[in-house]
Design a protein around this ligand. Sequence first.
Ligand code: OMP
Length: 238
Amino acid sequence: MTDSVSSPVIVALDYDTAEAALAMAAQLDPAVCRVKVGKELFTIAGPDLVRSLVQSGFQVFLDLKFHDIPNTVAAAVRAAANLGVWMVNVHASGGERMMRAAADALAPLGVNRPLLIGVTVLTSTAEDELAPVGVNRPLKEQVVALAELAKVSGLDGVVCSAQEAEALKAACGSEFKLVTPGIRPAGADAGDQRRIVTPVDALRNGSDYLVIGRPITAAEDPASALKAIVRDIEKPSA
Ligand SMILES: O=C(O)c1cc(=O)[nH]c(=O)n1[C@@H]1O[C@H](COP(=O)(O)O)[C@@H](O)[C@H]1O
């Protein structure tokens, strides 16, 4: 799919009703930003909502972070592609065979296939949370290792923190897409996120796409909050 959207921002539509998500989408311009449908909204509003956003002209990132046996994940990403989404993700920790099955399932769709992205280490995870789940190397090494595995498995890129973007571009090359949540304008509340970066710094580090939820959706005027972020990242010094 072509990059016809002017900003790298993906607005996370983390709402608990289809009406709220559509009301937010109505304030957004599909020529300026993309939208993300995650677990909460999809569980509530399902594929009809996704189709409706696609029909409104949005490039949709379906963020369901699939992690299952290869056959199930392959079928799930195929179902996502049939909804017309622009991007879909799986957990890179599901391993090479699972990721290859997902990539192989999308390959027959050619240029019309969604981008297939692997989640490395969630941006809400801090360094000291890895050992208790059995990961005994530094967080950045874990992110790079999962990204390299995603790349050899045929994925288009990964979800990571923009804190790791520079290391990942060096390890995986400039074409490998970096999708970075945990984005917070200076002074914004981190909430449950642990590895946060400002929009300007994220792009400087090499992020291709910025996933932004609460700094936009919880703002008093979400459309203005998005405009301010876009203005910031388009400044010549950015
Ligand atoms: O895959 C994702 O989109 C994702 C991965 C990750 O590591 N961290 C992360 O925050 N996300 C999603 O990105 C969004 C971030 O939202 P805010 O923290 O409100 O900006 C949420 O919808 C998360 O589900």
